[in-house]
Design a protein around this ligand. Structure first.
Ligand SMILES: C[S@@+](CC[C@H](N)C(=O)[O-])C[C@H]1O[C@@H](n2cnc3c(N)ncnc32)[C@H](O)[C@@H]1O
Length: 256
């Protein structure tokens, strides 16, 4: 469905030609499926709270965020692939310390503006608009992708994964935290199926997917998967091999 009357611009950022231009980068699936969650500034007030994020993740937000942040070290440069409500970026910036650098990219100008406001005064953070279906311009020591993949259509996932994998230096880690198919009999299996059907139409197609199979060159990385909370969540760490500048992908157009 086309965006009626260019409302993306108004929703995403307010007014003005520059804002209109930036808003044109907003992917269709965000406009049509997640407009209420990420493009409506009235919802920020309700959703952008650690307690709400914790409730959405059934009390697991703290430990999932801590596990993701602990994959990175002080002094590293890390890319956060898309904004996250609550205090995740502040935690990551804290982990990297004054000598580290956190760069956060998001396709929605409203999310970028909101995160800039939340992180104002932190000198080790940069936030900018970027659609992760497009290649990154540079490499980082690490990349963190927290609950993004279940929100993108299956056909965009491989491209995003490849762009993120291409964005780390040799030895660097790309950390994915996301939903996973819970074990049979998990008490939240049924409620989550309803929630996915109602609010997260792309999530179901991620649950059984081995994230390594989304990569164009999985052999360039070592993959470690940890299941959390009865398998409802997964933490996947892909570590780039030492020789990727010779044979592996680098920043540049994704191959699909
Ligand atoms: C990280 S995901 C979900 C995070 C989690 N539900 C939370 O607590 O916020 C949400 C973000 O992904 C962004 N996003 C979706 N598709 C994107 C893409 N192709 N490139 C960059 N950002 C994207 C949305 O704009 C949104 O801010």
């Amino acid at each position: 469905m086309p965006d009626p009357g260019g409302t993306a611009a108004a929703l995403a950022s307010g007014a003005g030609d520059a804002a209109d231009a930036a808003a044109r980068t907003v992917p269709d699936y965000l406009l049509h499926t997640y407009r209420w969650a990420y493009l409506d500034r009235r919802m920020l007030f309700w959703l952008d709270r650690p307690a709400v994020v914790s409730a959405i993740l059934w009390g697991n937000a703290g430990r999932l965020m801590a596990a993701a942040a602990s994959c990175f070290e002080a002094g590293q440069s890390v890319l956060q692939a898309a904004a996250v409500y609550g205090d995740f970026s502040a935690r990551l910036a804290q982990q990297l310390g004054e000598r580290g650098r956190l760069e956060v990219v998001d396709a929605a100008p409203l999310q970028v503006a909101n995160l800039r406001r939340k992180l104002r005064g932190r000198r080790n953070v940069r936030v900018r608009v970027h659609d992760l279906r497009q290649p990154l311009a540079r490499r980082f020591d690490g990349v963190c992708c927290f609950f993004l993949l279940h929100e993108v259509p299956a056909e965009a996932r491989g491209r995003i994964v490849d762009n993120l994998l291409a964005g780390v230096e040799a030895g660097g880690r790309v950390v994915f935290v996301d939903y996973h198919r819970p074990g049979a009999g998990h008490p939240l299996g049924l409620p989550m199926r309803w929630i996915f059907r109602r609010f997260e139409p792309f999530a179901e197609s991620l649950l059984d997917q081995d994230l390594a199979t989304l990569a164009g060159r999985p052999q360039d990385f070592t993959w470690r998967k940890t299941l959390v909370f009865g398998g409802l969540y997964q933490i996947v760490v892909a570590t780039a091999g030492p020789d990727r500048s010779a044979g592996g992908a680098g920043p540049g157009p994704a191959s699909r």
